[in-house]
Design a protein around this ligand. Structure first.
Ligand code: PMP
Length: 465
């Protein structure tokens, strides 16, 4: 009894000290947030970007040097990632939403259309053809057959089998245990990042990139390490640059080929090098392969590498013109599919069962001609763009031409002016700070695209519509 009370005597002051250290940390945190807000305002005044990799690196070196052991350094580095993410969020939140962001253009285009204006849509990537009739028939047949109840978070067995069979064509034998059906590739990406990474971990993103990888990471408290690629290097990432973006906290590399927004397909050798690097460092590769059918050239799935920490996200949105059905899947090792399934179960129980039956019918039938048709339309853009003084690498696939405007014109300002004249396009800034670029989507009939290009030409040449 007296032993217990003397232990308690020793415990109480330690607890009190722990409380006061924690409170001190909370006070410091609020001081830090206030500083982040003020830095954000100053940066906005200067037109400087929120992210500053060099400063972050210098601070990390000081933090690591201040630690007594490797374990402490690893913990401090993770805490630093959390703090850096918070600063970015605070600084970005203080900024007024850019009138020229990708989503702002889309919203404004929709508003103008509702007000009766005729808008040429070259800002979104969405096939304009109908899904195969068998998908629509399967949707109503599923309802009639009573497939209208809750299902498992992993998805219906037949659809998982069909996806496993389709993806096994890339050389790694897969079973339904490697498949989770998701609400589009977007939710598969969210599930992979949120359930496989922890706050303080790092994700390498190769830019320009579809913004959701970085946005999901930030939301999960995961630090984004950006590897910039350039038009001059035909959007090909250097292995040495990916390597130097990797730290002991890095857990995943996100890749997306054919790429949104550049249309790039990586040469097989470069992709194999990335997969080899990930395997050596035991990193996940999140390979978003939703544009796989949209390629002019030879394309390789990341699954061909055999790297056992590969996660592929797929969707029927683009391959089967089923964007509004919201159905896709992820391929992953069994343990990872189960982790993703736990989060999916929490968020939405399961993907709507009738929609899964429609997806199954779509996978079993001939895909509609959306990919062939869109690629044909995409071919019409480069000659026109070149004639207008735009600079670009010829797309290898996907649905887009990512082009630099002439004479230092800003993509956001040009997009706003185009919108006034009836053309919606995506400013490059939304794909990782490529301000002088615009992304032109080729998902409309060729004469409509030609009309869009006329409007763009009139804006960049400074003439009237
Ligand atoms: N990945 C990329 C690269 C995309 O461009 C998109 C949609 N534009 C998605 C994923 C999301 O597709 P889904 O409709 O399957 O959610």
């Amino acid at each position: 009894m007296s032993g217990r009370s003397s232990e308690r005597d020793a415990l109480d002051p330690l607890r009190e000290e722990m409380d006061s250290v924690t409170l001190e940390m909370a006070r410091l945190l609020s001081r830090r947030s206030d500083l982040a807000r003020r830095i954000g305002e100053a940066k906005r005044g200067m037109g400087a970007p929120v992210d500053d990799g060099e400063r972050e690196g210098a601070l990390r070196a000081k933090v690591v040097a201040a630690c007594g052991s490797d374990e402490e350094a690893a913990m401090a580095s993770r805490l630093l990632n959390f703090l850096l993410n918070e600063s970015v969020q605070v600084q970005s939140a203080a900024a007024p939403p850019a009138a020229t962001s990708h989503t702002a253009i889309f919203q404004e285009a929709k508003r103008l259309e509702e007000a009766g204006h005729d808008i040429v849509h070259m800002e979104v990537g969405e096939p304009d053809s109908a899904p195969s009739p068998s998908a629509a028939a399967a949707l109503s047949a599923a309802c009639e057959a009573g497939h209208t109840r809750y299902g498992t978070a992993l998805g219906i067995a037949e659809l998982r089998d069909a996806a496993a069979e389709a993806e096994s064509a890339h050389g790694t034998p897969l079973t339904r245990e490697n498949v989770i059906v998701t609400m589009g590739a977007r939710f598969a990406i969210y599930l992979a990042i949120e359930s496989l990474l922890s706050p303080g971990d790092e994700l390498v993103v190769i830019e320009p990139a579809w913004p959701a990888y970085a946005q999901c990471a930030m939301r999960a408290g995961v630090k984004v390490a950006r590897v910039r690629t350039t038009l001059e290097s035909a959007w090909e990432p250097e292995i040495s640059e990916i390597e130097s973006a990797i730290t002991p906290n890095t857990k995943m590399i996100a890749i997306n080929y054919p790429n949104n927004p550049t249309g790039k397909v990586l040469p097989a050798r470069r992709q194999a090098e990335i997969m080899g690097l990930a395997a050596r460092r035991s990193l996940y590769v999140l390979s978003d392969e939703i544009y796989a059918p949209y390629s002019f050239t030879e394309w390789h799935s990341a699954l061909e590498s055999g790297h056992d920490k590969t996660i592929v996200t797929q969707s029927l949105s683009k391959s089967h013109a089923m964007t509004g059905f919201r159905v896709g899947y992820a391929i992953a090792p069994k343990a990872e599919t189960l982790r993703m399934a736990r989060l999916q179960s929490l968020c939405l129980t399961c993907v709507p069962t009738p929609v899964q039956h429609a997806a199954l019918a779509a996978l079993r039938s001939e895909p509609p001609g959306a990919a062939r048709e869109t690629l044909e339309r995409l071919r019409t853009l480069p000659p026109r763009a070149a004639g207008m003084g735009l600079e670009f690498a010829e797309p290898d696939g996907a649905m887009y031409l990512f082009a630099r405007l002439p004479r230092g014109l800003d993509g956001g300002e040009v997009a706003l002016e185009c919108l006034k004249r009836g053309l919606a396009i995506a400013p490059g800034a939304g794909f990782g700070g490529y301000g002088p670029f615009v992304r032109l989507s080729a998902c409309r009939e060729a004469p409509i695209l030609a009309r869009g290009m006329d409007i763009l030409n009139s804006v960049i040449s400074g003439g009237g519509p």
